[in-house]
Design a protein around this ligand. Structure first.
Ligand code: SF4
Length: 325
């Protein structure tokens, strides 16, 4: 389906009709390489001591990724991007680079978030050879702030070295896209000042494919306390837009539901459209349309419907992010 037509149909079903049965496939797909991580950042559910009990650790296999890609071809031929982000650090799955290669062979541009602790120079070289990608990487300008959040001594130098190598390669490899997010504002510092300090660590002459911004934090469906910026409820667009798939094929409410509170089907066992328009997905959408997010396990304590002022709600932000993907 043409990308603009897809966005139009999505907008009509979500904004105008508030449909729960959707006449189009998901616009975005995210699939999880693994749900284990080597870090325990406080803003992430991985830092919850009970995280491992909530969802068993496991890894996506190449065979299952092939099943998923076949289902994607049946449902959404011509899809452009494949997001490998949900829970966990993707490079802890030893097959992650072959996944990027396989996705590239099928015509997909890979998107993923990584903490870059495993992204050393040889790994970056293999990744660049595997296919085009966009990496989202959190960082901060000073070791004190970065390591106070990341929780491991020495990680600042390690990640800085890895980032510098990757950004140097980006000058000569057009398939390398990197978003570097400043996480220092989590500690309460001035975002504009810390972002400028972060930017100054890297060469000025980077391609436009390399971007720097301040990370926008959310509460991961209740991992952090729910803050209501006002009393106004907004219908979350994610269940009209994206399908988030765990490493075992379970479809979750969205990419924020990293502990699998709402499981809506399984795409290794069912066709994508059967899950997308299944009873569980439709019920989840109906509860959001009715202003009853508390009836969805994932949405119950999620801050998104109550986060007035977030750029995510601005029409131009939404349109730009949809058309960029
Ligand atoms: S309300 Fe929150 S948990 Fe529910 S689908 Fe939207 S972002 Fe995900």
């Amino acid at each position: 389906m043409n990308r603009f037509l897809h966005v139009l149909r999505l907008g009509w079903a979500y904004r105008i009709r508030r449909s729960t049965w959707l006449p189009y496939p998901p616009y975005q797909y995210t699939i999880e390489p693994t749900n284990s991580c080597n870090l325990r950042c406080p803003f992430c559910p991985q830092s919850d001591p009970e995280h491992a009990q909530r969802r068993t650790f496991g890894q996506l296999t190449e065979a299952n990724l092939r099943v998923f890609l076949e289902r994607l071809q049946d449902t959404h031929p011509g899809g452009r991007n494949l997001n490998f982000t949900l829970d966990g650090e993707p490079f802890l799955n030893g097959d992650f680079i072959p996944f990027v290669e396989l996705a590239a062979q099928e015509g997909y541009f890979s998107i993923f978030a990584t903490n870059a602790t495993r992204l050393d120079a040889p790994t970056a070289d293999r990744l660049i050879a595997a296919g085009r990608f966009q990496a989202s990487i959190d960082f901060a300008a000073t070791p004190e702030v970065f390591e106070s959040i990341r929780g491991r001594e020495g990680d600042y130098d390690l990640v800085l070295r890895n980032l510098r190598y990757l950004l140097e390669q980006s000058k000569t490899h057009s398939g390398v896209h990197v978003d570097i997010h400043d996480i220092a504002p989590y500690t309460g510092v001035d975002p504009a000042v810390s972002l400028a300090q972060l930017r100054a660590l890297f060469p000025a002459d980077l391609p436009r494919r390399i971007r720097f911004d301040s990370r926008i934090f959310h509460n991961f469906c209740g991992h952090l306390p729910l803050k209501r910026t006002d009393g106004v409820y907004r219908v979350c667009p994610y269940p009209w837009t994206q399908m988030a798939v765990a490493h075992n094929g379970d479809c979750l409410a969205c990419c924020r539901d990293t502990v699998g509170r709402s499981v809506l089907g399984n795409v290794f066992r069912q066709p994508i459209m059967e899950v997308w328009n299944g009873a569980a997905y439709q019920r989840l959408r109906q509860n959001l349309v009715n202003g009853r997010p508390e009836l969805n396990a994932a949405c119950k304590d999620c801050d998104l419907p109550w986060s007035k002022g977030q750029p995510r709600w601005r029409p131009m932000y939404v349109l730009r992010s949809l058309l960029r993907r």
